[in-house]
Design a binder for this molecule. Structure first.
Ligand code: FES
Length: 118
């Protein structure tokens, strides 16, 4: 597992990591004080952020397997759509919280207050 990154805040946008820290197929775990652990993904040159804790159990999705826009949990093989947070494979049934993402001067940032559950 990658080491967690520290945050820097800019207004309501919370910077998580640099764009070069994330590669498609290698989601990044980011820990921000006051927020759930987050997973940052690249899918087709776009960046997405979800809660990193699987909604089925105690596993970090950044330890799982990314296939395009799908993240498969390493613990029981459930999966989610990275772009919407929707569960796509059982045993996962509860959606992941997703966050609005902005790229700002090479930083991937989220609006932590508007994280949504589908
Ligand atoms: S903990 Fe993720 S599928 Fe069970």
């Amino acid at each position: 597992m990658e080491p967690a990154k520290k945050i820097q805040s800019s207004e309501q946008w919370t910077r998580l990591c640099r764009i070069e820290d994330v590669r498609e197929g290698a989601p990044l775990n980011v820990e921000v004080e006051g927020l759930n652990p987050l997973a940052v993904y690249e899918v087709n040159s776009k960046f997405f952020v979800t809660d990193n804790l699987c909604t089925h159990g105690n596993a970090l999705l950044s330890d799982g397997y990314q296939d395009g826009g799908t993240i498969e949990c390493a613990l029981h093989g459930g999966a989610f759509d990275i772009r919407t947070g929707a569960p796509t494979t059982l045993p996962c049934q509860i959606p992941l919280k997703i966050y609005e993402v902005r790229v700002d001067d090479g930083w991937i940032a989220i609006d932590a207050e508007t994280g949504t559950e589908m």
